[in-house]
Design a protein around this ligand. Structure first.
Ligand code: UN1
Length: 502
């Protein structure tokens, strides 16, 4: 396989960092070297911001349908390269191939959706209280947008951020996670081929502390859209606040699947396995808690444990693999620390609970799918995000009790409720306080036509991921009144008198 040195993409050109330094991207399954990337410095940040800022003045004047056509072109090229990009995704971050193809598909979906939005971009048009006066509000771009993206959805999440930013007339600087930079490079090649004008889409790779912070604090960057951990997101927000920048944050989750005593247990088990161990638990939407009604907990756990123990670990490219590695050896360490914490706090390990090192697995960062039983709501494994294949099982006396446990964490992303009772389903729809709720489906599987985001420590009130509301994240409202009466008409003051004259 090729091992090439990749460059930054600035103002329509591929350029090396002035640092003269590079870093490596390696496969977590095999240690294979995927590529060498630019370890960018403060000067590179300055140059990329200048390029994006200069390009903005022209780009904002492109008609939105024409901007959107370029995004549509990205969808076409990406569709043609879906298999190739999916395979690279599996090599670089190792989610299993069907899921990698799903990741690419989500970006294709988002491109098509946003391409359509370019011919809509609804504003507001409302009547004025005064005669011969027009009242409306339109969307303006913000300017330079920095997209700081994670490795777990290395194609889909940047798409959620970049396509809406671009169709609304912003220019973009993409800083991808250092675990998946080669995918970002290949994606930028697609933007280049689609024909975006120079400076509209830019890429800069390197360390968060240098490149990320440089973008976050640069006065010409007007929006930071960040997906990643709550700790880093908070830091981004605090640094950006000094400059009164807009920051859109998508961060951690401690998502629960509630299984009621009237649930279809086999269906619930399918949902739990998929949501807890799919993507090796490395989704912000992954289920890391099951809250089981006490009447069915034993029955559920017996079957769930048996299914979990049979999951096959391995390289995501092999069709025999159910669960791939985690992102790097440090993650294995962190996940295992939580197993130790769980035990110390009095939980029991029902399945897994250790790194997987048999045969070829020793070359990679593998952890056995793990279930903790006898977990209580205040234990750390019931409260903190582990971001791996670790599932804490709690029990509840009623739906009310389960929802109370569900809502009482510092996160608020996704919840699932398995019940065959329609009244209970609607009660959950009323009382669950997370940004996503699934009835009789797991906690993962959002679609691009609706927003994705969370409450409490998961976000800061913005939404991404899809639906027309995401346009609010990427635009400023400009309210415009046009008075064509030819006289001074004072709103609220002259209205009644003027209306009488009609
Ligand atoms: C993430 O969890 O980081 O709903 C994003 C889902 C995917 C997106 C997940 N469509 O799981």
């Amino acid at each position: 396989m090729e091992t090439r040195e990749f460059k930054n993409y600035v103002n329509g050109k591929w350029v090396s960092s002035s640092s003269g330094r590079t870093f490596e991207s390696r496969s977590p399954a095999t240690g294979e070297l995927i590529g060498m990337l630019q370890l960018s410095n403060a000067q590179d940040v300055q140059e990329v911001v200048e390029a994006a800022d200069a390009a903005f003045q022209k780009w904002r004047k492109y008609p939105a349908p024409k901007r959107a056509e370029l995004v549509y072109k990205v969808s076409e090229i990406l569709r043609a390269r879906k298999q190739e990009m999916g395979e690279l995704l599996t090599r670089e971050m190792c989610k299993v191939l069907p899921e990698a193809l799903g990741d690419v598909q989500e970006a294709i979906d988002m491109a098509m959706y946003m391409a359509g939005e370019g011919r809509r971009l609804n504003g507001l048009l409302v009547p004025s209280e005064l005669p011969s006066k027009w009242a409306m509000a339109v969307r303006d771009p913000l300017g330079v947008v920095a997209a700081i993206t994670p490795w777990n959805f290395p194609i889909a999440i940047p798409a959620w951020k970049m396509f809406p930013a671009l169709i609304t007339g912003n220019t973009v600087i993409w800083k991808p996670a250092s675990d998946t930079p080669v995918l970002a490079e290949r994606m930028i090649e697609i933007y280049e081929e689609a024909g975006f004008p120079p400076g509209v889409v830019n890429l800069i790779t390197g360390a968060g502390g240098v490149v990320g912070d440089g973008l976050v604090t640069h006065p010409k960057v007007r929006l930071i859209t960040f997906t990643g951990s709550t700790d880093i997101g908070r830091d981004v927000n605090m640094k950006a606040a000094q400059h009164l920048k807009r920051v859109s944050l998508e961060m951690g989750g401690k998502n629960a699947i509630i299984v009621m005593d009237d649930a279809d247990i086999d269906l619930a088990i399918e949902g739990i396995i998929w949501s807890a161990f799919g993507t090796t638990g490395q989704r912000c939407t992954a289920a890391s808690r099951v809250i089981a009604h006490q009447a069915i907990k034993k029955q559920l756990l017996d079957k769930l444990a048996a299914r979990t123990a049979k999951l096959r670990l391995g390289d995501g490219l092999l069709p025999t693999t159910d669960v791939g590695p985690v992102i790097n050896p440090k993650a294995v360490q962190k996940i295992h620390e939580y197993t130790e914490i769980a035990k110390k706090e009095g939980a029991s390990v029902l399945v897994g609970g250790e790194p997987a090192t048999e045969g070829d697995l020793a070359r990679g960062a593998f952890y056995k799918p793990t279930i903790f039983d006898n977990v209580t709501p205040t234990m750390r494994v019931a409260q903190e995000e582990i971001f791996g294949p670790s599932l804490a099982v709690l029990s509840a006396k009623s739906l009310e009790d389960a929802i109370e446990i569900n809502n009482r964490t510092n996160f608020g992303l996704s919840t699932s409720v398995y019940t065959t009772n329609v009244n209970r389903a609607f009660e959950a729809m009323r009382d669950v306080t997370t940004g996503l709720l699934y009835i009789n489906a797991g906690t993962i599987g959002s679609e691009v036509q609706l927003p994705l985001g969370g409450t409490r420590g998961t976000g800061n009130g913005h939404r991404e991921g899809g639906g027309p509301v995401v346009l609010d994240t990427f635009t400023e409202w400009k309210t415009i009144y046009v008075d064509y009466s030819g006289r001074l008409q004072r709103a609220q003051i002259d209205t009644d008198a003027l209306v009488k004259k009609i």
